[in-house]
Design a protein around this ligand. Structure first.
Ligand code: AMP
Length: 432
């Protein structure tokens, strides 16, 4: 770096995804494709930018995500306030309404994979740009849909290699707006009784968005939170029956769960079922993914009532757990490397590369280099087993040198025979 010149770094909480990292991202994406598409989900990718109001109306103005975590920018022409998407469900519902997907046979099942942005405090497993893989089932309010989303989530986690016994599910119901109204009154009463034992954030939350006190991680509030009444005691008969039915399905499917009366999730659009997935490991106290039912979201963003349920997983967290559990993915190194010496050989190399590509045989090269020594050095560093050497004389004779890097032996092979020869050797090696 030149003295006095600024050196740039990626922003805090954001990272470059390099080739080795992509192996893990791809593995999560391919597993998601395999599982979700089997269950008839179709892939959707919404834009990274949306009107900020979509999230304020969908997720809730008084949530941390909207108040503190959105990356906002203004459109130059009409000064419209835009947001880098902090989550995937509101945009998917926007697309469902905008594209008239309610005219398709219901429910509509969609899944997505892509980056999201939240201005949170970066820490282990928490980034400002992170990937989520999520799935939504829109158009049905039956409890079987909630169970289906949970079942598919579990199948997805197991297909990523996490043992069944390590996956655990926390579940709760936060009811409908009516039952929540009663419950919120009860929460306020309980917390106000212990006003001196709670943090200042919770005092503020009690005024602005009381359910959020249950998300509080401050130790000061721990005891008060422990003794909070359960929302399940305040559910109306419809919400109680719905939740009972979800749990019945889970029992039938042999999916163990832990009822967690303080699980409310950070987004206002949830109704009835909410759940989170964790892995039973000491290193992981953060959730891998979560979701629930959101029957009022469509209405909140200007549509009509459309019941729905969904889930989203944090891809970086899945990858971190895969690595911690010993999953090793390595970039494949080409077994062959093409060395060229002199201009005619360099030109001929373009043709040889094409022939190898058509046969689907990976071939390393550096067409920018001239010297034999430096090209052999690169081949060695890449771990190539065979090197093909093409000089001026070989081009004239229609031949190419095949060098075995382990034995050092060299053979002269006719150019038009090199592909079958190389195939034969690679096959012989694979069968050893
Ligand atoms: P949410 O959209 O908040 O329901 O989060 C769903 C999942 O996304 C979480 O369980 C995490 O695995 C992941 N996630 C949420 N926020 C972040 C973040 N800032 N960094 C990394 N992963 C995140």
């Amino acid at each position: 770096m030149k003295k006095g010149h600024k050196s740039f770094q990626s922003l805090r909480g954001m990272k470059d995804i390099l080739a080795e990292d992509h192996l893990y991202y791809d593995s999560v994406l391919w597993t998601a494709k395999k599982i979700f598409e089997f269950y008839n989900f179709q892939r959707i990718e919404t834009p990274l930018l949306e009107e900020a109001e979509l999230f304020a109306k969908g997720v809730g103005k008084k949530t941390e995500m909207i108040e503190k975590q959105m990356y906002l920018l203004r459109n130059k022409e009409n000064k419209e306030l835009l947001a880098l998407r902090p989550e995937g469900t509101a945009p998917v519902m926007r697309a469902y309404l905008e594209k008239g997907m309610f005219n398709l046979p219901q429910p509509v099942k969609l899944y997505y994979f892509g980056p999201f942005f939240r201005h949170e405090k970066p820490q282990a497993g928490r980034y400002r740009q992170f990937y989520q893989v999520g799935a939504e089932i829109i158009g049905e309010d039956d409890a079987a849909i909630d169970a289906e989303i949970i079942l598919i989530s579990k199948v997805f986690l197991e297909s990523l290699g996490f043992p069944k016994k390590d996956i655990y599910l926390l579940i709760n119901s936060i009811g409908c707006l009516d039952c929540r109204r009663l419950y919120i009154r009860e929460i306020k009463r309980h917390y106000k009784k212990h006003n001196k034992q709670i943090c200042s954030d919770c005092r503020r939350r009690l005024e602005e968005n009381p359910l959020r006190v249950l998300d509080c991680k401050n130790e000061k509030c721990f005891l008060v939170k422990e003794e909070v009444p359960s929302i399940l005691d305040y559910l109306c008969s419809e919400c109680r029956d719905h939740f009972k039915s979800v749990l019945d399905y889970l029992d039938y499917l042999n999916i163990p769960y832990i009822l967690d009366k303080t699980l409310v999730r950070g987004l206002d659009y949830y109704t009835k079922t909410v759940f989170e997935f964790y892995l039973d490991s000491k290193s992981n106290k953060i959730s891998l993914g979560g979701g629930g039912r959101y029957d009022k979201l469509a209405e909140a963003i200007g549509g009509f009532e459309k019941p729905a349920a969904g889930v989203a997983f944090g891809v970086e967290r899945l990858i971190q757990e895969m690595i911690q559990r010993g999953k090793k993915l390595k970039l494949p190194a080409p077994k062959l490397f093409l060395v060229q010496i002199g201009e005619p050989a360099k030109k001929m190399s373009f043709k040889i590369l094409e022939q190898f590509r058509k046969e689907n045989i990976p071939l390393g090269e550096n067409l920018g280099k001239e010297s034999l020594k430096s090209q052999l050095k690169t081949a060695d560093r890449l771990g190539a087993q065979y090197v093909l050497i093409l000089g001026q004389q070989e081009v004239l004779d229609g031949m190419i040198i095949l060098k075995d890097m382990r034995s050092g032996l060299q053979e002269l092979i006719p150019l038009d025979k090199i592909i079958p020869e190389v195939k034969k050797r690679l096959q012989r090696q694979n069968s050893k």
